[in-house]
Design a protein around this ligand. Structure first.
Ligand code: NAD
Ligand code: ZN
Length: 257
Protein backbone atom coordinates (compact mmCIF):
# COMPACT_ATOMS: atom_id res chain seq x y z
CA UNK A 1 0.00 0.00 0.00
CA UNK A 2 1.47 3.43 -0.89
CA UNK A 3 2.34 5.59 2.07
CA UNK A 4 0.87 9.10 2.05
CA UNK A 5 3.45 11.87 1.72
CA UNK A 6 1.39 14.13 3.95
CA UNK A 7 1.40 14.07 7.72
CA UNK A 8 -1.63 11.79 7.92
CA UNK A 9 -1.29 8.79 10.16
CA UNK A 10 -0.47 5.66 8.12
CA UNK A 11 -2.59 3.46 10.41
CA UNK A 12 -5.62 5.67 9.80
CA UNK A 13 -4.90 5.69 6.06
CA UNK A 14 -4.71 1.87 6.02
CA UNK A 15 -7.96 1.65 8.02
CA UNK A 16 -9.69 3.95 5.54
CA UNK A 17 -8.45 1.90 2.57
CA UNK A 18 -9.62 -1.39 4.12
CA UNK A 19 -13.03 0.05 5.01
CA UNK A 20 -13.54 1.55 1.54
CA UNK A 21 -12.41 -1.62 -0.24
CA UNK A 22 -15.15 -3.56 1.53
CA UNK A 23 -17.83 -0.93 0.93
CA UNK A 24 -20.44 -1.44 -1.76
CA UNK A 25 -22.25 1.83 -1.24
CA UNK A 26 -20.23 4.95 -0.61
CA UNK A 27 -21.52 8.43 0.11
CA UNK A 28 -19.21 11.45 -0.14
CA UNK A 29 -20.11 14.85 1.30
CA UNK A 30 -17.94 17.81 0.27
CA UNK A 31 -17.74 21.41 1.46
CA UNK A 32 -15.84 24.58 0.66
CA UNK A 33 -12.50 23.02 1.75
CA UNK A 34 -12.45 20.77 -1.31
CA UNK A 35 -12.16 23.89 -3.50
CA UNK A 36 -9.62 25.69 -1.29
CA UNK A 37 -6.70 24.34 -3.34
CA UNK A 38 -8.35 25.76 -6.48
CA UNK A 39 -7.90 29.20 -4.89
CA UNK A 40 -11.52 29.67 -3.75
CA UNK A 41 -11.59 30.81 -0.12
CA UNK A 42 -13.78 28.94 2.35
CA UNK A 43 -16.11 30.97 4.53
CA UNK A 44 -14.47 30.06 7.81
CA UNK A 45 -10.73 29.88 7.22
CA UNK A 46 -9.70 32.78 9.42
CA UNK A 47 -6.97 34.46 7.38
CA UNK A 48 -8.16 33.80 3.87
CA UNK A 49 -11.89 33.28 4.47
CA UNK A 50 -14.37 35.55 2.72
CA UNK A 51 -16.26 35.99 5.97
CA UNK A 52 -13.36 37.83 7.59
CA UNK A 53 -13.92 40.83 5.31
CA UNK A 54 -17.49 40.56 4.06
CA UNK A 55 -19.51 38.74 6.71
CA UNK A 56 -21.09 36.30 4.23
CA UNK A 57 -23.29 34.90 7.03
CA UNK A 58 -25.32 38.02 6.44
CA UNK A 59 -24.88 38.35 2.66
CA UNK A 60 -25.89 34.75 1.92
CA UNK A 61 -29.17 35.01 3.78
CA UNK A 62 -32.69 35.53 2.55
CA UNK A 63 -33.09 38.17 5.26
CA UNK A 64 -30.32 40.30 3.69
CA UNK A 65 -31.81 39.87 0.20
CA UNK A 66 -35.17 41.09 1.42
CA UNK A 67 -33.58 44.08 3.16
CA UNK A 68 -30.81 45.06 0.68
CA UNK A 69 -31.27 43.14 -2.58
CA UNK A 70 -28.83 45.31 -4.58
CA UNK A 71 -25.99 44.84 -2.07
CA UNK A 72 -26.58 41.10 -1.96
CA UNK A 73 -26.69 40.75 -5.75
CA UNK A 74 -23.55 42.90 -6.18
CA UNK A 75 -21.69 40.78 -3.67
CA UNK A 76 -22.76 37.56 -5.42
CA UNK A 77 -21.57 38.95 -8.75
CA UNK A 78 -18.22 39.72 -7.11
CA UNK A 79 -18.12 36.15 -5.72
CA UNK A 80 -18.91 34.80 -9.18
CA UNK A 81 -15.99 36.78 -10.60
CA UNK A 82 -13.66 35.26 -8.00
CA UNK A 83 -14.78 31.78 -9.04
CA UNK A 84 -15.01 32.32 -12.82
CA UNK A 85 -11.41 31.49 -13.71
CA UNK A 86 -10.88 28.73 -11.12
CA UNK A 87 -10.23 25.16 -12.20
CA UNK A 88 -10.91 21.80 -10.58
CA UNK A 89 -7.97 20.65 -8.43
CA UNK A 90 -6.54 17.19 -7.71
CA UNK A 91 -9.34 16.48 -5.21
CA UNK A 92 -12.13 17.14 -7.75
CA UNK A 93 -10.35 15.00 -10.34
CA UNK A 94 -9.73 12.16 -7.87
CA UNK A 95 -13.40 12.14 -6.83
CA UNK A 96 -14.59 12.01 -10.46
CA UNK A 97 -12.15 9.16 -11.16
CA UNK A 98 -13.26 7.32 -8.01
CA UNK A 99 -16.91 7.62 -9.02
CA UNK A 100 -16.14 6.02 -12.39
CA UNK A 101 -13.99 3.31 -10.78
CA UNK A 102 -16.77 2.49 -8.33
CA UNK A 103 -19.38 2.28 -11.07
CA UNK A 104 -17.14 -0.01 -13.15
CA UNK A 105 -16.78 -2.28 -10.11
CA UNK A 106 -20.56 -2.48 -9.60
CA UNK A 107 -20.52 -0.17 -6.59
CA UNK A 108 -22.24 3.14 -6.07
CA UNK A 109 -20.59 6.39 -5.06
CA UNK A 110 -23.04 9.20 -4.41
CA UNK A 111 -21.24 12.53 -4.40
CA UNK A 112 -23.11 15.23 -2.49
CA UNK A 113 -21.73 18.77 -2.36
CA UNK A 114 -22.51 21.94 -0.47
CA UNK A 115 -20.38 23.87 -2.95
CA UNK A 116 -21.88 26.24 -5.47
CA UNK A 117 -18.80 26.61 -7.70
CA UNK A 118 -19.61 23.75 -10.14
CA UNK A 119 -16.02 22.42 -9.99
CA UNK A 120 -17.12 18.82 -9.34
CA UNK A 121 -19.13 18.89 -12.57
CA UNK A 122 -16.21 20.53 -14.39
CA UNK A 123 -14.07 17.54 -13.36
CA UNK A 124 -16.70 15.18 -14.81
CA UNK A 125 -18.45 13.99 -11.66
CA UNK A 126 -22.16 13.40 -11.18
CA UNK A 127 -23.03 15.48 -8.13
CA UNK A 128 -26.03 16.04 -5.90
CA UNK A 129 -26.05 19.82 -5.54
CA UNK A 130 -27.37 20.42 -2.04
CA UNK A 131 -26.98 24.21 -2.21
CA UNK A 132 -27.56 24.84 -5.92
CA UNK A 133 -25.12 26.57 -8.25
CA UNK A 134 -23.86 30.11 -8.80
CA UNK A 135 -23.84 29.34 -12.51
CA UNK A 136 -27.60 29.77 -12.76
CA UNK A 137 -30.14 32.44 -11.98
CA UNK A 138 -33.52 31.75 -10.43
CA UNK A 139 -36.70 33.78 -10.20
CA UNK A 140 -37.38 34.72 -6.58
CA UNK A 141 -41.11 34.75 -7.35
CA UNK A 142 -41.93 31.74 -9.58
CA UNK A 143 -38.76 29.65 -9.06
CA UNK A 144 -37.85 29.28 -12.74
CA UNK A 145 -34.15 28.67 -13.35
CA UNK A 146 -32.18 30.38 -16.13
CA UNK A 147 -28.67 30.04 -17.49
CA UNK A 148 -26.81 33.37 -17.72
CA UNK A 149 -26.30 32.85 -21.46
CA UNK A 150 -30.09 32.69 -21.80
CA UNK A 151 -30.40 35.95 -19.91
CA UNK A 152 -27.74 37.57 -22.12
CA UNK A 153 -29.63 36.42 -25.22
CA UNK A 154 -32.73 38.14 -23.91
CA UNK A 155 -30.66 41.34 -23.39
CA UNK A 156 -31.64 41.56 -19.76
CA UNK A 157 -29.19 43.69 -17.82
CA UNK A 158 -28.56 42.72 -14.20
CA UNK A 159 -30.39 42.91 -11.94
CA UNK A 160 -32.68 41.16 -14.39
CA UNK A 161 -36.33 40.32 -13.97
CA UNK A 162 -38.07 37.08 -14.85
CA UNK A 163 -39.43 37.06 -18.42
CA UNK A 164 -42.38 34.94 -17.23
CA UNK A 165 -43.63 36.75 -14.15
CA UNK A 166 -41.51 39.88 -13.75
CA UNK A 167 -40.08 38.61 -10.44
CA UNK A 168 -36.54 39.45 -9.39
CA UNK A 169 -33.76 37.12 -10.56
CA UNK A 170 -31.14 35.97 -8.05
CA UNK A 171 -28.37 33.34 -7.93
CA UNK A 172 -29.80 29.80 -7.93
CA UNK A 173 -28.18 28.92 -4.61
CA UNK A 174 -29.60 28.12 -1.20
CA UNK A 175 -29.28 30.98 1.27
CA UNK A 176 -29.46 30.77 5.05
CA UNK A 177 -33.11 30.73 5.98
CA UNK A 178 -34.15 28.80 2.86
CA UNK A 179 -35.02 25.16 2.26
CA UNK A 180 -32.76 22.81 0.33
CA UNK A 181 -34.05 21.66 -3.10
CA UNK A 182 -36.32 18.73 -2.10
CA UNK A 183 -35.12 16.42 -4.89
CA UNK A 184 -31.44 16.87 -4.04
CA UNK A 185 -32.14 16.44 -0.34
CA UNK A 186 -34.12 13.24 -0.89
CA UNK A 187 -31.38 11.75 -3.07
CA UNK A 188 -28.75 12.62 -0.47
CA UNK A 189 -30.81 11.35 2.45
CA UNK A 190 -31.48 8.04 0.69
CA UNK A 191 -27.78 7.59 -0.11
CA UNK A 192 -26.87 8.25 3.52
CA UNK A 193 -29.48 5.83 4.86
CA UNK A 194 -28.06 3.05 2.67
CA UNK A 195 -24.31 3.68 2.54
CA UNK A 196 -21.65 1.50 4.14
CA UNK A 197 -19.23 4.41 4.41
CA UNK A 198 -19.65 8.17 4.40
CA UNK A 199 -16.60 10.29 3.57
CA UNK A 200 -16.84 13.91 4.71
CA UNK A 201 -14.34 16.18 2.97
CA UNK A 202 -13.52 19.85 3.57
CA UNK A 203 -16.61 20.78 5.52
CA UNK A 204 -16.77 22.29 8.98
CA UNK A 205 -19.96 20.22 9.49
CA UNK A 206 -21.84 23.04 11.15
CA UNK A 207 -24.19 24.13 8.34
CA UNK A 208 -27.47 22.25 8.71
CA UNK A 209 -29.31 20.42 7.32
CA UNK A 210 -26.33 19.26 5.16
CA UNK A 211 -24.24 18.41 8.24
CA UNK A 212 -27.11 16.18 9.45
CA UNK A 213 -26.35 13.78 6.58
CA UNK A 214 -23.32 12.58 8.55
CA UNK A 215 -25.56 11.70 11.51
CA UNK A 216 -28.07 9.95 9.24
CA UNK A 217 -25.31 7.74 7.79
CA UNK A 218 -23.89 7.01 11.25
CA UNK A 219 -27.33 6.21 12.63
CA UNK A 220 -27.83 3.67 9.84
CA UNK A 221 -24.56 1.91 10.66
CA UNK A 222 -22.07 3.51 8.26
CA UNK A 223 -18.42 4.12 9.06
CA UNK A 224 -17.59 7.83 8.85
CA UNK A 225 -14.25 9.02 7.45
CA UNK A 226 -13.23 12.68 7.55
CA UNK A 227 -10.61 14.34 5.32
CA UNK A 228 -9.68 17.77 6.66
CA UNK A 229 -6.33 19.39 7.55
CA UNK A 230 -8.05 20.77 10.65
CA UNK A 231 -10.17 17.89 11.95
CA UNK A 232 -13.59 19.04 13.11
CA UNK A 233 -13.97 16.78 16.19
CA UNK A 234 -17.43 15.79 14.90
CA UNK A 235 -18.48 12.95 17.26
CA UNK A 236 -19.78 10.70 14.45
CA UNK A 237 -16.35 10.49 12.76
CA UNK A 238 -14.56 7.12 13.06
CA UNK A 239 -11.41 7.67 10.98
CA UNK A 240 -9.66 11.03 10.50
CA UNK A 241 -7.29 11.65 7.60
CA UNK A 242 -5.81 14.98 8.70
CA UNK A 243 -4.54 16.32 5.39
CA UNK A 244 -5.51 18.46 2.42
CA UNK A 245 -8.14 17.01 0.11
CA UNK A 246 -5.94 17.58 -2.96
CA UNK A 247 -3.15 15.53 -1.40
CA UNK A 248 -5.07 12.79 0.42
CA UNK A 249 -7.72 11.94 -2.19
CA UNK A 250 -5.41 11.03 -5.11
CA UNK A 251 -3.46 8.70 -2.79
CA UNK A 252 -6.63 7.17 -1.42
CA UNK A 253 -8.24 6.63 -4.81
CA UNK A 254 -5.04 5.11 -6.23
CA UNK A 255 -4.83 2.75 -3.26
CA UNK A 256 -8.38 1.55 -4.02
CA UNK A 257 -7.77 0.89 -7.73
P1 NAD B 1 -16.65 25.95 5.78
O1 NAD B 1 -16.02 27.18 5.24
O2 NAD B 1 -17.55 26.07 6.95
O3 NAD B 1 -15.51 24.92 6.20
C1 NAD B 1 -14.44 24.61 5.34
C2 NAD B 1 -13.70 23.41 5.90
O4 NAD B 1 -12.71 23.04 4.95
C3 NAD B 1 -12.96 23.70 7.23
O5 NAD B 1 -13.27 22.66 8.15
C4 NAD B 1 -11.48 23.65 6.82
O6 NAD B 1 -10.66 23.13 7.86
C5 NAD B 1 -11.52 22.72 5.63
N1 NAD B 1 -10.42 22.86 4.69
C6 NAD B 1 -9.70 23.96 4.39
N2 NAD B 1 -8.78 23.67 3.44
C7 NAD B 1 -8.94 22.36 3.12
C8 NAD B 1 -8.30 21.47 2.21
N3 NAD B 1 -7.29 21.88 1.42
N4 NAD B 1 -8.72 20.18 2.14
C9 NAD B 1 -9.74 19.75 2.94
N5 NAD B 1 -10.37 20.54 3.82
C10 NAD B 1 -9.99 21.84 3.91
O7 NAD B 1 -17.36 25.26 4.56
P2 NAD B 1 -18.69 24.40 4.47
O8 NAD B 1 -18.70 23.41 5.57
O9 NAD B 1 -18.76 23.95 3.09
O10 NAD B 1 -19.90 25.42 4.78
C11 NAD B 1 -19.95 26.74 4.30
C12 NAD B 1 -21.08 27.06 3.32
O11 NAD B 1 -20.56 28.01 2.40
C13 NAD B 1 -21.55 25.92 2.46
O12 NAD B 1 -22.91 26.07 2.26
C14 NAD B 1 -20.85 26.12 1.11
O13 NAD B 1 -21.69 25.81 0.04
C15 NAD B 1 -20.60 27.61 1.06
N6 NAD B 1 -19.33 27.94 0.37
C16 NAD B 1 -19.08 27.39 -0.86
C17 NAD B 1 -17.90 27.67 -1.51
C18 NAD B 1 -17.65 27.02 -2.86
O14 NAD B 1 -18.60 26.66 -3.55
N7 NAD B 1 -16.40 26.84 -3.24
C19 NAD B 1 -16.96 28.52 -0.93
C20 NAD B 1 -17.26 29.08 0.31
C21 NAD B 1 -18.46 28.77 0.95
ZN1 ZN C 1 -40.71 34.26 -12.46
Amino acid sequence: MPTPHTLIDTTDFAAAVTTLRHAKRIAVLTGAGVSAESGIPTFRDRLTGLWARYQPEYLVSIAAFEREPDVVLRWHNWWREQIADKQPNAAHHALAQWQQQAQAAGKTLTLMSQNVDSLHEAAGADVVKLHGTLAHEQCQNCGMVFEPSHIARMHLAPPATCPHCGGRLRPAIVWFGEMLPPEAWQRAERACQRCDVLVSIGTSSVVYPAAGLIDIAKHHGATVIEINPTPTQTPAVDIVLAGKAGEVLPLLVNALD
